[in-house]
Design a protein around this ligand. Sequence first.
Ligand SMILES: Nc1ncnc2c1ncn2[C@@H]1O[C@H](COP(=O)(O)OP(=O)(O)O)[C@@H](O)[C@H]1O
Ligand SMILES: [Mg+2]
Length: 461
Amino acid sequence: MSATPTVSVRPRSPQRVTSPVTLGRALAAVVGAGSSLGWLLASRRAGRAAGAVAGVQVALLGGVGLYAMTLVRRAEQAREHALDEAAASHNQLQKLIDNTESNIYMKRVDNGQYLLVNREWERLFGVSRERVVNLTDHDVFPHDLADQLRANDLRVAAEGKSVQYEETAESADGERTYISVKFPVLDSTGRPYAVCGISTDITERKRAEDEIRHLNANLEMRVRQRTSELEASNKELDAFAYSVSHDLRAPLRSLHGFSDALLEDYDDVLDDVGKDYLHRLQRNVGRMGRMIDDLLNLSRATRADLERRGVDLTAMIQEIVADMRTTDPDRDVTLIVPDGLTAEGDPHLLRIALHNLLANAWKFTGKRPDAVIEAGRTVLSGETFFFVRDNGVGFDMSYAGKLFDAFQRLHTTSEFEGTGIGLAIVARIVRRHGGHIRAEAEVDRGATFYFNLTNTVKGTP
Ligand SMILES: Nc1ncnc2c1ncn2[C@@H]1O[C@H](COP(=O)(O)OP(=O)(O)O)[C@@H](O)[C@H]1O
Ligand SMILES: [Mg+2]
């Protein structure tokens, strides 16, 4: 608090300074005594001259006496007027402080006695203003609290500036917490002779804050509990998927092996229809093998430990597309990717995610002679996203919500080969990084997949 509100009030002095009223009274007494003496002298002396002198003396002294009495009267009137004014301004001040919800008090620095309290203070602590004057905190509050209040007051006086405290006191409404601003009240020499406090009741606010804290802690605990339950059941499911997929591989290999053997060793026995059946069987075995691989990848994407480091996405994208060109040399695809595209993430998982997105872009532009795949970074509604875009067949956006679930496909296998697990893997990887993914597409006008890796929602797996 930079501003230091100090109030300067002239204190009531312990020794009474001689006022004009007292002086006037003394003078009147002296003059009165003088005139009586003059009169006595005049009556004693019998001489005429002496009588005349004494008469003048008496008249003179009487006049001075009258004048002195007028002075006394005036001084008394001035004093009464000043007292009235002081009482009026005191009343005004009292009214003002009585009409606030804060409790206000003023205490002497030297002995801690109360000088003034407002109505709210009286209400809260059940002590009337008439009674509290000349009492100290030790007469009103429990000892320890009184010690603390007194220490606070003395600190304010010593520091000579306003200080803010949080104080707790037992009141008519139970234990209340106050935020108190205390400031020193200075006398005409600049010395603090009283401390004034304005305390605002923050009990309700504190209670609400405590409740929110409590609710949050509770919620956090429940979320943690639910998360660990979910993690446990996810782990179980993953372990199950992993072992099933793993175990399926052996019979599949044997299916593939025996169908190969049939084709090779019984070539002359089988007619074309038989051979066609075997080829179909092999194609499906191959497809099932890929599904198993994808399922294994999906569970790996969840289970693998995530390590974050700087990843050169430009290089990664170029390598993945170069591999595709090698395996599919007939395709003529233009790749557009800016230099220096980097991300903070798990290199292994990011490669799997990008591979899936680029493989889709590659696959769904398969019927375009002028296929273009573009990758980069852009800002959408204030958030930065990486994107992979193609000018392929696209899809109807009304089904876009399903794409990120496993086995969801918008194109038939006869049109475009696939298992429908790729995007589910991508989405899991993105979520594990704390980011999110979305798609934008139009039938026949290509598709764009946006994702980021920032932890915008805490605690999301
Ligand atoms: N680049 C794309 N262009 C058009 N459709 C896409 C694209 N990427 C994904 N899709 C749609 O989303 C579905 C799910 O994709 P994905 O999970 O990778 O499975 P898959 O590639 O095995 O079909 C695809 O079958 C397709 O319908
Ligand atoms: Mg795919």
